[in-house]
Design a protein around this ligand. Structure first.
Ligand SMILES: C[S@@+](CC[C@H](N)C(=O)[O-])C[C@H]1O[C@@H](n2cnc3c(N)ncnc32)[C@H](O)[C@@H]1O
Ligand SMILES: [Zn+2]
Length: 320
């Protein structure tokens, strides 16, 4: 089911009949030699998370969230004894709980570092990856043969690629007839009004964010938002045979302290608009900023939490 990165013909890992041997580095098949990110030039651009991945999920990167287990149950049920392609799988929010369900998975991402976090997450949760083939791959050029997978999820990645239409066409190509692309969104809240007052949390976050970029402006550094617009419905409705929707119920309240979410991500340069900030300058500005905020808001200001109600999850199912 794999395509050789050199001759582009079908191959069995690790050795292609053209003579190329695919390297397996730290458990990950190296099926692309494209850069970790491409920000400039005339060709397709994308933002891989090799540099910002460590901080992407804050302090919860090894936690299997209840919400993710709920989604994984659906993905595993759709996959049955077929194959699930977790495209741009990141740190494995779906791959790990789906692997725990015994699902056969190809998990691909352009970032080896994200794939290593995925492996650590599996190991810390006692989940075996024996049914999972981990691949460094580019979603713009999926190294899989036509019609070989049953289910694809490409969550939170299409906005990071300048040519998302091409990715959707690649997904369509690798899906078997009647295979499905599953898309996940928050379902609109059932609550009429938000019962929580998060104004103190917002005050701190907004102030941190504004002060950080003010300080960096003195160095001539500004935030650059790497994100491309994409109208999923228009592209997918044209290509796929059918679209249906399913709501996965998810209720309850969550509490997200600054120290678990926003702060480790922000201080670890984990937001994509921080991509161009050089680490030494970032570290210096953050050091000063944290001292000032502890002074102003108290030593345990990082315990300030955001409270919210979970939304149901809306799953859109595009069938080939
Ligand atoms: C925001 S994260 C989402 C990860 C995961 N799907 C999730 O929902 O948690 C985006 C991921 O897309 C990956 N990525 C970006 N461009 C890519 C590309 N062209 N091919 C494969 N992966 C890519 C990044 O490395 C990163 O792991
Ligand atoms: Zn070959």
């Amino acid at each position: 089911m794999f395509l050789c990165p050199i001759c582009k013909k079908e191959m069995r890992l690790p050795k292609c009949s053209c003579g190329h041997s695919v390297e397996k580095r730290n458990g990950v098949w190296q099926l692309s030699d494209m850069p970790d990110m491409v920000k400039d030039g005339d060709g397709d651009k994308y933002i891989g998370y090799e540099d910002i991945g460590e901080a992407y999920s804050g302090n919860r990167k090894y936690v299997i969230e209840e919400e993710h287990a709920l989604i994984a149950a659906e993905v595993s049920a759709y996959t049955g004894d077929g194959i699930f392609l977790d495209l741009a799988c990141g740190d494995g929010f779906l791959t790990v709980p789906c692997a725990a369900n015994g699902t056969r998975i190809v998990a691909g991402d352009i970032s080896n570092h994200m794939l290593s976090i995925l492996q650590e997450k599996a190991s810390r949760n006692g989940v075996s990856l024996e049914n999972v083939t981990l691949c460094r791959m580019n979603a713009l050029d999926i190294p899989l043969t036509d019609a070989c997978v049953d289910v694809v999820v490409a969550n939170s990645v299409l906005h990071l690629i300048s040519n998302p239409e091409k990715v959707i066409h690649e997904i369509y190509r690798v899906l078997k007839p009647e295979g499905v692309l599953l898309c996940l969104d928050d379902a609109p809240s059932q609550q009429n009004e938000d019962p929580f007052d998060n104004s103190y949390y917002h005050e701190i976050v907004n102030s941190l964010y504004a002060t950080y970029w003010e300080r960096l402006a003195a160095y001539g550094i500004r935030p650059v938002k790497y994100s491309w617009r994409f109208d999923r419905a228009t592209v997918c409705d044209k290509l796929f045979r059918s679209r249906t929707e399913k709501v996965i119920p998810h209720s309850g309240t969550y509490k997200f302290p600054l120290r678990d979410g926003f702060l480790p991500r922000f201080c670890g340069r984990g937001f994509s608009d921080q991509t161009d900030v050089p680490k030494p300058v970032h570290d210096e500005v953050i050091r000063a900023l944290m001292a000032e905020f502890r002074e102003k808001y108290g030593d345990d200001f990082d315990a300030t939490a955001f409270y919210g109600n979970y939304n149901d999850i809306l799953m859109t199912i595009y069938q080939k």
